[in-house]
Design a protein around this ligand. Structure first.
Ligand code: FE2
Ligand code: FE2
Length: 483
């Protein structure tokens, strides 16, 4: 397998899947390529297409040292098809085909389910690029600008990853779906992206950091579930995508952390200890902590909605057929079939929240969402450590699962962030304290002034502790060459 670790650049499309001898698929991808480039120019980062950006490009799929860093103009980025190496003797890890050899071709009976899952995953990738396209103009530093573009080119590569699966394994349908992935558009009324959170705006950099922390983490969990797929090519492609995804969540966690740090520093310097002294804190040119909590509430709850209904027969079917596993399926100590197992799921009945045990097979979404919440709590804990460091009494919390939901059992339920059920009227009235208001958005927007000088940072965010690729603090991560 060693030869498949390295990426071949002998075709227009870098790959480790032997594209140069797979003429039919290479042709299909080459045909799709110009439309993709049009999409990137039209819907990708606004401006900056002539700038030289210090980006990493995959040269191998070996987890150690797979990336090479260099200056590149984004339209010339080498988007490629990269699969994690095949694991010899891999078997289907769950469901009724447990223990059978993993499929190397699409199993006919599950074709449409598989295609749908690949299309949904594929749709989220370009969507996030579209959502973030105007952020470059207000980047708080060249370091952050570079990180934004790294996330963008990699999300665009994830689109390639899914399009490869569609074109190699799904024939004509796959080619049609690939074309449509370039036609839907985030926020469009006629042809929106498929999932709600991917049609929301990303209006400012705090939203971007919250999005990469919370919504990219949903992406991580979905990829983890697909990495367990009995359909081996999908598993392999998702395994490599996960190595890229880790950087996106790093950008989110450190971005929020640096925002908090700067606010705390400014409060300390000004001798303000009450985090609710909002006007005074905002006058310092930093984002007050209650507003950061509101942003967290918004992005976390939109991301919870992405997991779908808590109890779902579609999810049960996907698991049972071995198309999608649970988070770290192979490490779970049970029968991997869930014949008699149950799983607790919340219900909202007659204005009461109840916990009910349901067949675990039907609660696959819920379990993945619970794993997500545990995963997301880690960074929140690290953010909270910052308040102690600066002696500020404040704590960020993940709101109750019933708060501000649009999908599942709690859709539309008037539940406060702490889980208290209140009246619809009270909820409407208090929602201004829980979710960002127009005024909050306007204030944040007023801070969004670009900082283009190497090594300098906008006043609302602290510099990072270390540079990308160990570069020094004043490294020029982007050479602008603005038109
Ligand atoms: Fe992605
Ligand atoms: Fe991502």
């Amino acid at each position: 397998m060693a030869d498949l670790m390295n990426v071949s650049y002998d075709t227009l499309i870098p790959n480790n899947v032997g594209l140069s001898s797979d003429r039919k698929v290479l042709k299909a991808l080459e045909k799709w390529h110009p439309g993709y480039l049009d999409w990137w120019q039209g819907q990708g980062p606004d401006g900056f297409q002539e700038s030289l950006v210090y980006l990493r490009t995959a040269v191998s799929v070996d987890p150690k040292g797979w990336a090479k860093f260099d200056y590149v103009k984004m339209p010339q980025y080498r988007w490629g098809v990269l699969l994690a190496p095949q694991v010899e003797g891999r078997t289907i890890p769950c469901g009724e085909h447990l223990g059978e050899p993993a499929w190397q071709e699409v199993p006919g009976e599950y074709r449409s389910m598989l295609r749908r899952l690949v299309v949904i995953q594929g749709d989220t990738e370009p969507a996030s690029v579209e959502q973030q396209r105007f952020l470059g103009a207000t980047a708080p530093s060249l370091y952050d600008l570079r990180n934004l573009f790294q996330v963008n080119v990699e999300e665009a590569r994830h689109l390639w990853a899914m399009v490869y699966i569609l074109q190699k394994y799904f024939g004509k349908d796959g080619r049609e779906e690939s074309a449509e992935l370039l036609q839907r558009q985030s926020g469009s009324t006629e042809k929106p992206r498929m999932l709600g959170a991917f049609n929301e705006a990303t209006p400012d950099w705090l939203s971007f950091f919250m999005f990469t922390y919370f919504t990219d983490r949903d992406g991580k969990m979905q990829l983890e579930a697909l990495a367990q797929s009995g359909f081996d090519p999908l598993s392999r492609t998702c395994r490599f995508m996960l190595t890229e995804e880790a950087h996106h969540m790093f950008v989110g966690e450190t971005g929020v952390g640096r925002t908090i740090q700067r606010t705390c520093e400014a409060m300390n310097e000004a001798g303000i200890s009450d985090p609710y002294d909002i006007d005074k804190i905002r006058a310092l040119g930093v984002i007050d902590l209650p507003t950061i909590q509101k942003k967290l509430n918004l992005h976390y709850t939109l991301s919870l909605d992405l997991f779908g209904a808590e109890v779902s027969t579609n999810a049960a079917n996907a698991f049972n057929s071995g198309i999608k596993g649970r988070y770290q399926e192979v490490k779970i100590d049970d029968d991997h079939r869930l014949k008699d197992a149950t799983y607790p799921v919340s219900e909202y009945v007659d204005g009461e929240i109840l916990l009910r045990d349901v067949p675990a097979l039907t609660a696959i979404n819920m379990r993945l969402r619970d794993d997500y919440t545990k995963d997301a709590a880690g960074g929140v804990k690290r953010w909270n450590a910052l308040f102690r460091k600066y002696n500020i009494e404040f704590e960020l919390i993940l709101p109750h699962e019933g708060f501000h939901r649009q999908i599942g059992v709690f859709a539309g339920a008037p539940i406060a962030p702490d889980g208290t059920i209140i009246s619809d009227q009270a909820w409407q009235k208090q929602s201004e304290q829980w979710l960002p208001t127009k005024a909050d958005g306007d204030f944040i927007q007023s801070l969004m002034k670009p900082e283009w000088e190497s090594g300098r940072y906008a006043g609302w965010i602290a510099p990072p502790r270390v540079g990308i690729d160990n570069k020094p603090g004043d490294f020029e991560y982007v050479q602008l060459h603005m038109a």
